[in-house]
Design a protein around this ligand. Structure first.
Ligand SMILES: [Cu+2]
Length: 120
């Protein structure tokens, strides 16, 4: 019991000092994000890891940071974001299915999630 209390104390002291890594699982079904919150919040200098799974090929684009990743069906694709810039950034789908594999950026963009980075 005493050990448990001490452990909690250490975590409470350490948390505000060190940047953290937050991992989120995000699933896309029928071109929509399932269950996850529409906005993922983090603190500046944290690392955010989004582990994407999709029932269809999709190309993802994180605005502001300008990171693009391709997600293939039934395979986990990780999007790692070193959260240095603060603000609210859209993560868009730049095409599903065949359009996700095309070299040109398709016209229709769909916002899937927002990433909010708050100042430390
Ligand atoms: Cu975009």
């Amino acid at each position: 019991m005493l050990c448990g209390l001490l452990g909690l104390g250490v975590i409470a002291v350490a948390a505000p000092v060190f940047a953290q890594t937050a991992v989120y699982d995000v699933e896309i079904k029928n071109r929509q994000v399932q269950g996850a919150p529409r906005t993922i919040r983090a603190t500046q200098n944290d690392t955010v890891v989004l582990r994407w799974r999709s029932d269809e090929a999709v190309r993802l684009h994180l605005h502001g940071y300008d990171i693009e990743i391709a997600v293939e069906p039934s395979r986990v694709a990780e999007l790692t974001i070193p959260a240095r810039a603060t603000g609210r950034f859209a993560i868009e789908a730049h095409g599903f299915g065949e359009a996700a594999r095309a070299t040109a950026t398709p016209a229709g963009h769909t916002t899937l999630l927002y990433l909010e980075i708050h100042p430390r």
